[in-house]
Design a protein around this ligand. Structure first.
Ligand code: SF4
Length: 363
């Protein structure tokens, strides 16, 4: 009989997909026990409960980046989240540390709405109209590593939903306007938070020449909002909030800043997934909380606080986060770094780290 290592990948994966959750959990726990501090499993808040419960550190993309940057003792990081998060861990980790992602196909459709070609094109078109040295590029964490490097090389920065408002302040100390990609809604909600009028936050339609904007619109802009969105968060509507208000007027509604601004305006609070976690953990027993974000965050928080009722505003699942399963984790750990390694070239790592370190400083 051939060993798992000698079998074709699909054959090996099938072997794990036939195992029960208990068997797979046992394999993963064995690796954790054997490796101790040498293995660090990071789990995003949107991971399904059985994966989430096996993580050593759970958090939002900001918290997990920080954990990766500070993980001095470990030799291997297994990142349970989507691909751009694992890439960021690769950028921030030491060179000798191995970063693994249980399913390299788990990407992010919103991150795919901006790429190096379209952003470079936008940068060139902006430079025809305005002093490009006064434009600060900001990429949301949810973007490919080469866009983080793009920002690092041009005096720009990465932001997360935890620190976006402070990142705006950081940018205006260094320039007059921001090119914000790839999420239009986070960009606009952050601008609203900082009191920027809507007419000074035009949308940059990357399929159009100069974003479909006039020279005056570009010169007058404080933020140019990339036309991109997360389908998980644009799923939430004003109507859903009204229904909760009618049926459960006492309930608290918290939404994520990737939601449209009209949804944010009606919620009781808006913030990152870590903000939601803190609000839920601090809630008085018996409180009902609705979350306008990926549904697994509500399920995981309900498990943490069984004395509350934590619900999702509407069923909205991120299919890419969902791809990470116990079978992928067990397979990846059993292969001991031979599969699912996250690798990036040095010319991306160096400037990408610069942009991410700026992000970590703007806490
Ligand atoms: S929830 Fe939205 S932004 Fe996050 S990984 Fe899924 S598609 Fe991307």
């Amino acid at each position: 009989m051939t060993s798992l290592l000698e079998r074709p990948v699909f054959d090996a994966l099938e072997h794990y997909s036939r195992m029960s959750s208990e068997e797979l959990t046992e394999i993963i726990r064995e690796h954790k026990k054997r490796l101790g501090n040498r293995l660090l499993i990071l789990g995003h808040f949107y991971q399904k409960p059985e994966v989430f419960d096996l993580a050593d550190v759970t958090g939002d993309s900001y918290g997990l980046s920080k954990a990766a940057a500070e993980a001095e003792e470990c030799e291997t990081i297994l990142f349970c989240g989507v691909h751009f998060m694992a890439e960021s861990a690769r950028i921030l980790a030491r060179e000798d540390q191995v970063v693994l992602h249980p399913d390299l196909r788990a990407g992010c459709p919103m991150a795919d709405m901006a790429n190096l070609d379209t952003v470079t094109q936008a940068w060139e078109e902006l430079s025809e109209v305005t002093d490009i040295n006064r434009v600060v590029p900001v990429t949301y964490m949810n973007s490919d590593a080469d866009l983080k490097a793009f920002c690092g090389e041009r005096g720009g920065i990465v932001c997360t939903s935890s620190n976006a408002a402070k990142v705006y302040d950081w940018c205006y100390e260094r320039g007059d306007r921001i090119l914000f990609f790839p999420d239009e809604h986070l960009g606009r909600n952050t601008g609203n938070q900082r009191g920027i009028p809507s007419e000074r936050m035009p949308v940059w339609d990357w399929k159009e020449y100069r974003g479909g904007l006039s020279e005056n619109q570009i010169r007058d802009a404080k933020v140019l909002l990339w036309k991109g969105f997360c389908h998980v968060h644009t799923h939430f509507t004003v109507e859903q909030i009204r229904r909760v208000r009618e049926n459960e007027p006492e309930a608290v509604i918290l939404v994520h800043p990737e939601c449209p601004e009209e949804v944010v305006a009606l919620a009781d609070g808006c913030g990152s997934t870590d903000y939601m976690r803190k609000q839920v953990l601090a809630a008085a027993p018996g409180t009902t909380v609705y979350l306008g974000t990926e549904m697994n965050h509500a399920l995981n928080l309900q498990n943490r606080r069984p004395d509350l009722t934590v619900k999702y505003l509407s069923r909205s699942l991120c299919p890419n986060m969902w791809k990470i399963g116990l079978n992928d984790m067990a397979y990846t750990l059993d292969m001991e770094g031979r599969v699912n390694r996250v690798e990036l070239p040095e010319e991306i790592i160096r400037p990408g780290r610069l942009a991410l370190e700026r992000m970590l400083e703007v806490a």
